[in-house]
Design a binder for this molecule. Structure first.
Ligand code: PGA
Length: 270
């Protein structure tokens, strides 16, 4: 890990701040509903966010129930799918859910390339590219995850791995609507382990990512770059101070309404 403490902004542009809860395969329907109710109530009554947008990614099975709670409470929380099919249409794809169907259900964003999909489902860059294209073709936004494993970091390969994950899709990045793109840097060794990247290491990667994107296309300088991997309410403030970190993709801590909203507040005032 880097021991550098110097954090230099790579840009002065103002990007959209986001805090996004990835619930993974976690809450039961009853818990998902009560979590959504608590989030909505706190957001409407006590936690005012001016700069940071909020989104949650429940299991697809619970999406419509959660959507109805959010609508009833008029809570400004967008809905994110945890995955999608390689085609945007309907068709013979057992077990999949296409971007057209997600859109019809009121979902606005899709997480693609999460390390759990890459590892458990062996998703490679070709498949990731198909999913990104299918998602963008429907007009939905992409929350695109990249990140290195512990072995790769220890071998000094972190930057090369992330660069390859981005550069595999230069053709998409050349044409993408920037408002439909969020990139989440999630070092795999930090996901669900309680071991967060230091703000210096995270900033270093985010700064390089922003530079890399800007070289592909100047406008991509404005991309919202989120950090993910054991973000909690007690480390969010330091991460939020890093000039190239625009928010967080939060797993475990998003299952607690208070923690999740505290993280959002950290990125709201940053
Ligand atoms: P975590 O998960 O916050 O539980 O580490 C993050 C993620 O997988 O997006």
């Amino acid at each position: 890990m880097s021991t550098s403490t110097t954090i230099t902004p790579s840009t002065t542009a103002i990007r959209q701040h986001w805090v996004i809860g990835n619930w993974k395969m976690n809450p039961s329907l009853a818990t998902a509903k009560s979590l959504t109710e608590k989030l909505s109530e706190n957001l409407v009554k006590t936690t005012s966010l001016s700069r940071c947008k909020l989104a949650i990614a429940p299991t697809t099975l619970h999406m419509l129930a959660i959507k109805s709670i959010l609508e009833q409470a008029s809570a400004q929380i967008q809905l994110v799918a945890q995955d999608t099919a390689i085609t945007r249409n309907t068709g013979a794809f057992t077990g999949d859910i296409s971007a057209d169907l997600l859109k019809e259900a009121g979902i606005e964003w899709v997480i693609i390339g999460h390390s759990e999909r890459r590892t458990i489902h062996h998703e490679d860059e070709k498949l990731i590219s198909q999913k990104i294209r299918a998602t963008l073709d429907t007009g939905l936004g992409v929350i695109w995850c990249v990140g290195e494993t512990l072995e790769q970091r220890e071998a000094g390969q972190a930057m090369n791995v992330v660069t390859a994950q981005i550069q595999a899709h230069t053709d998409i990045l050349t044409n993408i609507d920037i408002n439909k793109l969020i990139i989440a840097y999630e070092p795999v060794w930090a996901i669900g382990t309680g071991r967060t990247a230091s703000p210096e290491d995270a900033q270093q990667m985010h700064g390089s990512l922003r530079q890399m994107l800007t070289q592909i296309r100047a406008e991509l300088n404005q991309t919202s770059l989120l950090y993910g991997g054991s973000v909690k309410s007690d480390n969010a403030y330091l991460l939020a101070k890093c000039p190239d970190i625009d928010g967080a993709l939060v797993g475990g801590a998003s299952l607690d309404a208070d923690s999740f909203l505290q993280i959002a507040q950290a990125f709201d005032i940053a």
